[in-house]
Design a binder for this molecule. Structure first.
Ligand SMILES: CC(=O)SCCNC(=O)CCNC(=O)[C@H](O)C(C)(C)COP(=O)(O)OP(=O)(O)OC[C@H]1O[C@@H](n2cnc3c(N)ncnc32)[C@H](O)[C@@H]1OP(=O)(O)O
Length: 439
């Protein structure tokens, strides 16, 4: 059995944690509509609008938990900067957490834990990331020389320190989506998963195409209208962005098949078409204790039933977190996968979704990796990522979890379901799963 330390929460009956409202920005391709906005700008905007739309008295909010998967050193506690940039009172407590691509799973459950501990009755949780505004770092040599220059007393000393630099030392270093422990990018890990599990290119492309078709249909039907706010971005402030701008209604399987593999050009199957794209966006949820929601007259969208996190050895399949986290959350909820009316799995890559779905359905995986005698279960297509997912909608890392939780709750209500599951993989070999219930 794989060693996996995990933590999980269980909401006690009596006073559940309600999700009362949610909102996100449209998700935009890196370098497109939101190029001139930071993650903080996006986070502030969505929280401000969430408060306005929900008609929430900001003085009732005790806590903001927010996160960016790629934190910006100019605003390391992004949650607090959001408080200071919205109508929330300056006395609102705020902290920032990072759990890579599962960041807003963590902000949501951290807010819930603070409420369960009796510290707050109302909280806002969410996350944002801007792939257009990533912190670019400098070489170690340049950083060292700059610190020498700062400390140098005379101009001669400053110039002497600077003279030590070569042009190569001046080249900026953009952040890589590279796993420090393995040296591989997320895409290379996805490629390895696909090759190890013999996931065909066609199966990946078919899944990615389905994500786009479903997301496009959801937009056409107006499903996302209530989840997504409009933004009129700088510098022109003349064109409102009211939709995710990467959903392709018009692609075809033939078009997918023509794309070249990105992460293993010679033998690979992972392409721009079957990967989640680099994205800018933000999301937020309004959480309350059930009793508080009742007292304030809010009708909750639904409740957090349980949650679970899992950690596995990255070499065992860096992006296999959902297959380990889902059973933990289900056990905590005393429910089975079959009880879920809606399942949403973050689509980092089509290959990763396919591998995790197979693992959940596999007796061998259950026995060898989870120490269980029976598989966790299969999820049919009618319940799985029914409005598309991160491949089509985009994946602003920190924002994805809260987006998924909100969508699951709204879909449960739409179809009259009771239980829903949102789950994601995250860098470092982490997995997150949240079980939601309506009524
Ligand atoms: C836990 C986790 O979440 S881990 C995941 C973390 N996220 C990541 O690692 C990000 C992974 N994604 C990426 O790095 C990038 O999106 C990449 C490298 C895969 C692709 O980047 P880019 O090359 O910039 O993608 P781009 O959108 O330009 O697409 C490349 C081409 O494919 C085409 N294309 C993309 N998607 C489709 C599609 N669905 N159908 C048809 N064509 C498509 C584009 O039109 C473009 O064609 P062109 O070159 O003729 O203009």
């Amino acid at each position: 059995m794989t060693e996996s330390k995990h933590s999980a929460g269980m909401v006690q009956p009596g006073d559940r944690i309600a999700i009362v409202a949610g909102l996100r920005t449209p998700f935009a391709k890196q370098g497109s509509a939101f190029t001139h906005l930071t993650a903080l700008d996006l986070g502030r905007t969505v929280v401000r609008e969430l408060l306005a739309r929900s008609e929430m008295d900001p003085r009732e909010v005790g806590l903001v938990v927010y996160g960016q998967a790629i934190p910006n050193p100019t605003a390391p506690n992004v949650a607090r900067e959001i408080v200071l940039g919205t109508t929330l009172p300056k006395s609102t407590d705020a902290f920032t957490v990072v759990r890579a691509c599962a960041t807003s799973f963590q902000t949501t459950t951290s807010a819930a834990e603070a409420m369960l501990a009796g510290q707050h009755d109302v909280a806002i949780a969410g996350g944002a990331d801007s792939a257009s505004d990533v912190p670019v770092t400098v070489t170690k040599k340049l950083a060292h020389v700059l610190s020498l220059v700062q400390r140098a007393r005379t101009m001669t000393d400053k110039l002497r320190a600077l003279s030590d630099l070569s042009p190569r030392d001046l080249v900026p270093i953009p952040p890589a989506l590279r796993e420090p422990s393995t040296g591989l990018t997320m895409g290379e890990h996805a490629e390895r998963m696909a090759q190890r599990a013999s996931v065909s290119r066609e199966e990946q492309d078919r899944f990615a195409h389905q994500s786009h078709v479903r997301a496009s249909a959801a937009w056409t039907r107006g499903f996302f209208d209530a989840e997504v706010m409009h933004i009129v971005p700088p510098p022109a402030f003349d064109r409102p962005i009211d939709r995710d701008n990467m959903v392709r209604a018009d692609s075809s399987l033939e078009a997918y098949a023509k794309l070249r593999p990105v992460f293993d050009p010679d033998h690979g199957t992972v392409t721009a078409g079957n990967s989640s794209p680099l994205t800018d966006g933000a999301s937020a949820l309004l959480l309350m204790k059930e009793s508080k929601a009742k007292a304030l007259g809010f009708a909750p969208l639904g409740y957090l039933r349980s949650w679970g996190y899992a950690a596995l050895d990255p070499k065992d399949g860096l992006l296999m977190g959902p297959a380990y986290a889902v059973p933990i959350a289900l056990d905590r909820a005393k429910l089975r996968l079959a009880d879920m009316d809606v399942v949403d799995m973050h689509e980092a890559f089509a290959a990763q979704v396919i591998c995790n779905r197979r693992a959940l359905a596999s007796r061998r995986f259950a026995e060898e990796k989870l120490g269980r005698s029976a598989p966790i279960g299969e999820v049919d297509d009618d319940r799985f990522n029914v409005h598309g997912g991160s491949i089509a909608l985009g994946h602003p890392f920190g924002a994805t979890g809260a987006r998924m939780i909100h969508t699951v709750l709204r879909e449960l209500r739409r179809r009259g379901g009771q239980f829903g599951l949102a789950t994601a993989c995250a860098a470092g070999g982490l997995g997150a799963a949240v079980i939601l219930e309506v009524a």
